[in-house]
Structures are given as C-alpha cells and as structure tokens.
Design a protein around this ligand. Structure first.
Ligand SMILES: Nc1nc2c(ncn2[C@@H]2O[C@H](COP(=O)(O)OP(=O)(O)O)[C@@H](O)[C@H]2O)c(=O)[nH]1
Ligand SMILES: [Mg+2]
Length: 244
C-alpha cells in the first residue's frame, strides 16, 4: 500500500471539519492502493476544532503563531519527514469535496502537481462572492502573464503533490499568498502541473481571508518571486526546511 497525507489547515473550523472528516473516501482509496494519514495543522482554534479532530483520530499539530501559509509549510515539512508518498491539501471548510481525492491521486500518476480548478469547475451559485470571483480571475491572469506557465485557478485551496515535488518547493509565505507562491515555485522549478475541474460550495463558518488585503499580498508575492525567485537564504534556509 502507498500512503497519502491529507493536510487540513484549521482555524476555528469546527463545523467544516466535522462535515469533511467523515466524508474522506477511505474505502475507495484503499481499493486504489492508498492508505490515508490525516494531518491537521491548527492555528490556535478556540472552538471545538481540536475535539472534532481527536474524535476522528487525526494527528493534530498546533502551529506556532498564525497564518495559513505558515501552517501549510509546517505541514509540508512534516510530510517530508513522514513515510507518506503523496500529499493532498484542502481547506476543511465545506467548500472542497473530499470525494474528489481519488481523482487527484490518479492525475498525480502523470504529473508532479495537481491543482483543483474551481473557476472552470462546478461552482455552486452561492459559493463565491462576486468580488472574490473577479479577484481570482484577475490574479490568475496576472500570474500566467508573469510566469508563462498555465494556471487555471491560482488561489485554489485543493492541491496534490508527489513527495519529490514538495521537496523542491521554496516557500516563505505566512498567509493566504501561499498558493500563489506554490505556483511560482512550481513554475521556477519546472514541475509539471495538471489542472482538474472541481466542485466548489459555500463555506460553513466564518471566512478568515480579507479579499482586498489578501488579494494585494498575493499580487505582491507574484511580483517579488518574479524578481527574487526563492526566499532569502539567511532568513529561510533551504526550501521548506525553515518554517519560520
Ligand atoms: N492553521 C491555520 N489555518 C488557517 C489560518 N487561517 C485560515 N486557516 C484555514 O485556511 C483555510 C482557508 O481559510 P478561509 O477563511 O476559508 O479562506 P478562503 O477559503 O481563501 O476564503 C480554512 O480551512 C481555514 O480554517 C491560520 O492562521 N492557521
Ligand atoms: Mg475557504
């Protein structure tokens, strides 16, 4: 059996997490030869997120400090040190559908990285605000214009990676610019990306992303990585290996 790590970032995500964990397609994945390991990186939830995680026997890693970017990098580092062969990350806020994990793993057989595409997928009418829909399209367009590497949905929170791919990423994002930096790093490292349309639904619980401020940070990250292709060595070490 191969092992896949399912990486879930949480910050006060009790409702979403309780909905997502029972829906992980364990039996179907086992049939395809995959065993699951669930890793939750928590940013200091004060609701019952941790309790929900414990009820489902998931590994929980509390993150030092805040930010989805820092959480994902801690998750990636843990994955690199684990016995797992592949990693799938998705936000457990009810927007992404864990039933689609097998599809990601199938595509990972012929690509280094698989990205779920909400913008050409099956989006529920109430899933995304107009501002975010517009912002996602603009940022994706800017990314492709700057890097020349195809991308359909820059800010998607549903990605799959081989271990070799994660080992080559060089990241230092703290917040929601992490996905943009994952794309720039894939482009710079010449990793092959497969895009797969996914379903996208309305989130449960409260959103943590602020459209304008985080949109601006994503734009800035795209520009900065176009000039300085990897994070500053002294502050960040090699690739993911320094998680601060
Ligand atoms: N570990 C951790 N997770 C976070 C943090 N901020 C947000 N998240 C999680 O990251 C995911 C995306 O956040 P969300 O508010 O849904 O942003 P959006 O999907 O881009 O609108 C959710 O699962 C959040 O619970 C954080 O500081 N630490
Ligand atoms: Mg979300």
């Amino acid at each position: 059996m191969k092992r896949v790590m399912i990486l879930l970032p949480t910050l006060n995500e009790e409702e979403g997490l309780a909905g997502v964990l029972p829906r992980l397609p364990r039996a179907q994945l086992a049939e395809l030869g995959w065993e699951i390991e669930v890793l939750i990186v928590d940013g200091g939830s004060v609701d019952s997120t941790i309790q929900v995680a414990n009820e489902h026997a998931c590994d929980v890693l509390p993150q030092q400090g805040k930010g989805k970017g820092a959480a994902m990098r801690l998750g990636f580092l843990t994955f690199l040190r684990s016995e797992c062969d592949a990693l799938v990350m998705l936000d457990p806020d009810n927007t992404y559908h864990p039933e689609e994990i097998p599809k990601f793993l199938r595509h990972l057989e012929h690509a280094d990285v698989v990205v779920g595409d909400r913008l050409r997928g099956d989006m529920d009418p109430d899933a995304m605000t107009r501002t975010n829909y517009f912002g996602n399209h603009i940022l994706t367009w800017i990314a492709v214009a700057l890097y020349g590497v195809p991308m359909n949905d820059l800010c998607s929170g549903y990605w799959a990676f081989t271990k070799q791919a994660i080992a080559r990423l060089k990241l230092n994002s703290m917040r929601f610019e992490i996905e943009a930096e994952m794309y720039t790093s894939c482009a710079i490292e010449d990793l092959s990306i497969h895009h797969t349309p996914i379903r996208y639904s309305k989130r449960l619980g409260e959103a943590k992303l602020g459209s304008v401020k985080d949109g601006w940070n994503i734009f800035r990250k795209l520009l900065v990585r176009r000039i300085f292709t990897s994070p500053h060595q002294k502050r960040l070490g090699e690739g993911n290996l320094n998680i601060r």
